[in-house]
Ligand binder design. Structure first.
Ligand code: IPM
Ligand code: MG
Length: 360
């Protein structure tokens, strides 16, 4: 029996709807396995701007740092797009990642047999795909020096990609270790033919592989080629490690292998408190309509249990419950298939909770 404090940031758009189902899944795990979860809600993103004027109030940072893990919904929407750059909802999210020191973003893309036909890629290409994208999350071009300067036609917008050896080593270590627990294959993705920051990245990863991980089969790919290979032959990949911006792009692409971005969970770790969020974003077009797929958030709860609370058996229980609803032919609109039952957000959450009580 253990007590855990979980901070919850619902955010904007579909964030509140999907987070509610994540919380219910966690409560069901608690009931079944004898853990007590105390949930504390904090503001970030557009909701925080509306309430306090800033996208990440200090109280949210403090509250999250005092908890065991953070379950995060999604932030952003058209309402806040015209805000100055540093006050946009996205700025709050980036600040939170940085504040928590969550430099390693794990984005597993697992293709369930039940959803083979839900993807736009041919089932025979997809079957068995199981990729872990390890994205560097607190550095690179997202955080390098930049700004807009000059006048008229000479105004320039600048962003800079900066990576130090220490930053590359720590993210590569997470990826090598992840590969060791999987199929022992690591593909490092960069643009070393053009960018010097990528040249250093590749150099450091090669040196680490030789010195510390000779048992892991290491390969390198340019990001443009990787984008192509992911849809040509996704099964060639086990773990992918890459920079902040390349990981952002490639993980959205990988999500489409699974049938829907509504299926993809993520864990951001490396600091004292792990940060767990579905990758799909706030989807303002369907917000408040009970149409959103909560399985990405419930999958995120599995990652929270595994990486945040070190409760592996509980994590597997959640993953089994997700698989079982799919086996039982239950779907949300984004993964609908002929002959299946289409459910809304809450009803899909109910279905998972029910199975969480019974799956073995
Ligand atoms: C993601 C998102 C964010 C990112 C945005 C919302 C800032 O796209 O988590 O992938 O670019 O990191
Ligand atoms: Mg993204």
């Amino acid at each position: 029996m253990a007590n855990f404090t979980i901070s919850v940031i619902h955010g904007d758009g579909i964030g509140p709807e999907v987070c509610a189902e994540g919380v219910r899944a966690l409560q069901a795990v608690g009931q079944r396995c004898g853990h007590a979860f105390t949930f504390k809600e904090y503001l970030a993103g557009g909701a925080a701007i509306d309430a306090t004027g800033v996208p990440l109030p200090d109280a949210s940072i403090k509250g999250v740092k005092d908890s065991h893990a953070l379950l995060f919904g999604a932030i952003g929407g058209p309402k806040w797009e015209a805000m100055p750059h540093h006050l946009k909802p996205e700025a709050g999210l980036l600040k939170l990642r940085k504040e928590l020191g969550a430099f390693a973003n794990l984005r597993p893309a697992l293709v369930y047999d039940e959803l083979l036909d839900a993807s736009s890629i041919k089932p025979e290409v997809l079957k068995g795909t199981d990729i872990m994208v390890v994205r560097e999350l607190t550095g690179g071009i997202y955080f390098g020096p930049g700004g807009i300067t000059g006048d008229g036609a000479h105004r320039v917008g600048i962003n800079t990609e900066v990576y130090s050896v220490a930053e590359i080593e720590r993210i590569a270590r997470v990826a090598f270790e992840a590969a060791r627990l999987r199929r022992k294959k690591l593909c490092s993705v960069d643009k070393a033919n053009v960018l010097v920051s990528s040249q250093l990245w590749r150099e450091v990863v090669i040196a680490m592989g030789k010195a510390q991980y000779p048992d892991v089969q290491l390969s390198h790919m340019y990001v443009d080629n990787c984008a192509m290979q992911l849809i040509r032959d996704p099964r060639q990949f086990d773990v992918i490690v890459t920079t902040n911006i390349f990981g952002d792009i490639l993980s959205d692409e990988a999500s489409q292998l699974t049938g829907s971005i509504g299926m993809l969970a993520s864990a951001s770790v490396g600091g004292p408190v792990g940060f767990f969020e579905p990758i799909h974003g706030s989807a303002p077009d369907i917000a408040g309509q009970q149409k959103a797929n909560p399985l990405a958030t419930i999958g995120t709860v599995a990652l929270l249990l595994r990486y945040g609370l070190k409760l592996e058996a509980e994590a597997q229980l959640v993953e089994k419950a997700i698989r079982q609803v799919l086996k039982d032919g239950l779907r949300t609109g984004d993964i609908k298939q002929p002959g299946c039952t289409i459910l809304g957000t809450r009803a899909m959450g109910d279905a998972v909770v029910e199975r969480l009580r019974t799956v073995a």
